[in-house]
Design a protein around this ligand. Structure first.
Ligand code: PLP
Length: 394
């Protein structure tokens, strides 16, 4: 062998060491033993990794762990497929399930990017978006009764950024009666606090960029479905052919985050509840959106379907938009960053950021007012957080 062949050649460690931690499989393809092995795999007679856009050991292990979390303590089986972002997960689900002429029934209160995706991209594929108040089962029933082309009911609970809550069991019961699919964005709650499959949901999506990663170190998403056949035939095919696959490194970052999810969520929830109580008594605050406050209109439903109320809250600062913008510049400990679910506290002014491209009328309907400030409450000392918020809004 010449030097240039040696240089180009793949080299393997002959010792068989078993790593304790899931490694990052930084490889685009996987070796076959021989051509017969390759033929068996491509002929679906044997399962093996072939090409990382189709599947990768790091990505698949992380996805399987998320599926195990979403089905924890149930006898359900689910399959999870990871994507390169939360948006890609939503797009993959819709692209895999629906076709031109179908309709999606959804709500006004969604993450701004999701509303934009639905209105600007999904509608271009001939899929129509119908919006209503999904917390009203009679309205949902009437829509599904009258329009058989509504194939999917898509929702968020708690929703971004108003923390509005929908009774999942009530909604899925209506959808099941009419034989329609339901999909939930479970990003805010995580499977530690809320397991939508237990309440009859068909598909769950996450921006794993948020709490599942937990440290703000990467972007990824996931779709989890109970119908394994649909997941394999429709959703996986969509992922594979559109190249929406998650990178092994990004999946590995999520994999690390999953290990501390319960510990982090406990502290996020305790800190958020503490701040919500304190802020709801403050004269400069018109109201606090946090489903864990007994005075919150969503408290009873949230208690029924969540084990705790999460680390996300928002509050409306009295005064005009300029007052809210001024307050945003006063924060010292909390960072002004357009994400959520990190270990440190992040603040956001939705009207001028995450929801700026959403039609103002839709924004108003979604409860995103000019004075609304969203807080992704971190795991810092709660007194330090309270002091920072108080000095900023006073
Ligand atoms: N869903 C929710 C609730 C979100 O807040 C976000 C992003 O902020 C997304 C989905 C989109 O996720 P990603 O930014 O990972 O694409």
């Amino acid at each position: 062998m010449h030097f240039d062949s040696l240089s180009a050649r793949e080299w393997k460690d002959p010792k068989t060491t078993r790593p304790h931690i899931l490694p990052i499989y930084a490889t685009s393809s996987f070796d076959f033993e021989d051509i017969e092995h390759s033929m068996r795999v491509f002929g679906n007679q044997e399962v093996a990794h072939t090409y990382s856009r189709y599947g990768n050991p790091t990505v698949d292990a992380t996805a399987a762990k998320i599926a195990a979390m979403e089905t924890f303590e149930t006898d359900m089986e689910a399959l999870a497929i990871m994507t390169n972002s939360g948006m890609a997960a939503i797009d993959m689900l819709i692209g895999g399930l629906l076709k031109s002429g179908d309709k999606i029934l959804t709500q006004h209160t969604l993450y701004g990017g999701t509303t934009e995706l639905l209105m600007k991209i999904v509608t271009r594929t001939g899929i129509e978006i119908v919006m209503t108040d999904l917390s009203d089962p009679e309205k949902v029933d009437a829509y599904l009764q009258k329009d058989p082309s509504i194939r999917l009911v898509y929702f968020e609970t708690p929703a971004n950024p108003t923390l509005a809550v929908i009774d999942i069991s009530v909604l899925t019961e209506v959808a099941q009666k009419h034989n329609r699919w339901t999909a939930i964005d479970n990003t805010f709650a995580t499977p530690y606090l809320q397991q939508p499959f237990k309440h009859g949901v068909d598909f769950i999506i996450h921006s794993t960029t948020k709490y599942l990663n937990g440290h703000g170190t990467g972007m990824a998403g996931v779709v989890i479905g109970k119908d394994i056949q649909i997941m394999k035939e429709k959703i996986w095919t969509q992922m594979k052919l559109t190249g929406a696959n998650c990178s092994p490194f990004e999946a590995w970052l999520v994999y690390q985050g999953l290990k501390t999810l319960p510990l982090r969520m406990h502290k996020h929830c305790a800190n958020a509840l503490f701040l919500a109580y304190k802020l709801s008594e403050h004269p400069n605050v018109s109201y606090v959106n946090y489903p864990g406050l007994e005075t919150n209109e969503n408290y009873t439903i949230a208690r029924k379907q969540m084990s705790a109320f999460g680390g996300m809250m928002s509050f409306e600062l009295k005064g005009d938009i300029q007052n809210a913008i001024k307050a945003m510049n006063n924060f010292k400990l909390c960072s002004l960053a357009p994400t959520l679910g990190d270990v440190d506290t992040l603040i956001l002014h939705p009207a001028s950021s995450s929801h700026i491209k959403v039609d103002p009328e839709l924004r108003r309907k979604a409860g995103v007012t000019d004075g609304l400030i969203r807080v992704s409450v971190g795991i810092e000392n709660p007194q330090d957080l309270l002091e920072d918020i108080l000095q900023a809004i006073e």
